[in-house]
Write a protein that binds this ligand. Structure first.
Ligand SMILES: Cc1ncc(COP(=O)(O)O)c(C=O)c1O
Length: 397
């Protein structure tokens, strides 16, 4: 790439990539294996009713995560709602101001009021002082959201939940296969809920799972999920038909088959980005060395002063090159969007850390379809933008 600004698509050139570089699918099944499993599905003649593939998947997940119960569900948002009912939550639940819309919307679907609190500027997760500042008499639970393959500090959150006698549970979308104190995520709190959205390491055409070591909770959730696969009979007031199909299970099983390979590949991609983007104004989210992580997302923060451009400006320039960097799940911040913002008090609340993270964070493309050569090209473009940031800034004004 020459050093003239016109070589950037935003200023008139052709996009560097002719196809969209999306950051979505983190686990692509091998077509032949998928066809083989689908043949089995058709031979079984069993499609939705918690059939053999869904049963096999739950068993395999329980054994991988070393947890007593895994209950697969249609998607994580439904899973969170079933979980909240099973936990008997009432009135208010503390939730981080920095999370995906579904975390908060499932609370609202469950007739619970979110009480937002800020997050730690370094970990992007809730910490002790933030939870305590959000606490009031009507709070019956707190939901921790694990971020970027790292775990919330479960020891501290557990102590707070014991001290205040409130339920602790987790949104574990970012943390399948990750650990806290060498224990797999899936075993923390009363329960944890995973997403198997295509952007996660386990891909099931959308889907999710609830994990718990509590037999009674598991029985309640299995019975409220649907009338299929309900296991031990447990009286529930409502059923959610949040069941998992055999097609979902087939794809998820294939994700599990190559899961270790995907983690290795994710790590190599993160390492490549880190080695090439060693430039001022870009910082990576790091992982504790003594814990397992999935390297599912490569998240960076842009320091506008040092990089010369804001995250928003960088994202626009990259988009013109057909490189889509995920600005979500935090843009705009969930507490400011409908229906969370019906709670007027939050509109004027400034959660400084969440705002600063949301304004500086992007996810770099690292999904399975993105080759190492593509990553090198993306980095080349970002470096070119950085080296010409002063001129670009002037042109953008
Ligand atoms: C943190 C977080 N929570 C919840 C969800 C919702 O997951 P699902 O699409 O399975 O409902 C997502 C989806 O990306 C997420 O990132």
């Amino acid at each position: 790439m020459n050093d003239h600004l016109k070589s950037l698509a935003y200023f008139g050139s052709m996009p560097y990539f002719s196809n969209l570089i999306r950051n979505d699918c983190r686990n692509i099944a091998d077509w032949k294996s998928f066809k083989k499993l689908f043949n089995k599905l058709f031979q079984n003649g069993w499609y939705t009713n918690h059939g053999p593939l869904a049963q096999e998947l739950e068993k395999r997940l329980e054994s991988l995560l070393k947890v007593k119960h895994v209950i697969c569900v249609t998607n994580e948002t439904i899973g969170l709602s079933l979980a909240m009912k099973a936990l008997g939550l009432q009135k208010k639940v503390i939730v981080p101001a920095l999370s995906f819309a579904g975390t908060v919307q499932s609370l609202i679907w469950s007739n619970l009021e979110p009480v937002f609190c800020d997050v730690d500027i370094h970990t992007h997760m809730i910490n002790e002082s933030q939870i305590k500042s959000a606490m009031n008499n009507n709070v019956t639970g707190v939901i921790g959201v694990h971020m970027w393959g790292n775990s919330c500090d479960n020891s501290i959150l557990k102590k707070i939940s014991n001290d205040y006698d409130i339920k602790l549970f987790y949104d574990a979308t970012h943390a399948f296969g990750c650990t806290f104190n060498q224990k797999f995520i899936g075993n923390l709190g009363e329960l944890e809920v995973f997403s198997f959205h295509e952007s996660t390491i386990i891909n099931s055409f959308g889907g999710g799972a609830i994990s718990t070591n509590n037999d009674k909770l598991a029985a309640y959730i299995r019975n409220s999920r649907s009338s299929y696969g309900r296991g031990k009979l447990e009286p529930v007031s409502l059923t959610g038909n949040g069941r998992f199909s055999e097609a979902q299970a087939a794809l998820a099983i294939l994700s599990l088959d190559n899961y270790e390979q995907r983690i290795k590949q994710n790590l190599q991609k993160e390492k490549l980005y880190k080695s090439l983007l060693n430039i001022p104004g870009i910082s990576f989210i790091n992982h504790p060395e003594d814990e397992k992580t999935n390297y599912q997302y490569v998240a960076i923060q842009i320091d506008e002063e040092k990089f010369g451009l804001s995250k928003k400006e960088l994202a626009v320039l990259l988009k013109a090159e057909n490189i889509i960097v995920n600005k979500s799940p935090f843009f705009p911040l969930v507490y400011l969007t409908h229906p969370a913002n019906v709670h007027q008090q939050y509109i004027s609340t400034k959660f400084e850390n969440a705002i600063s993270i949301s304004n500086s964070l992007i996810q770099l493309p690292s999904s399975e379809a993105i080759s190492f050569d593509t990553i090198k090209k993306i980095c080349e473009i970002i470096i070119f933008i950085y080296e010409n940031s002063t001129q670009i800034k002037k042109k953008l004004r």
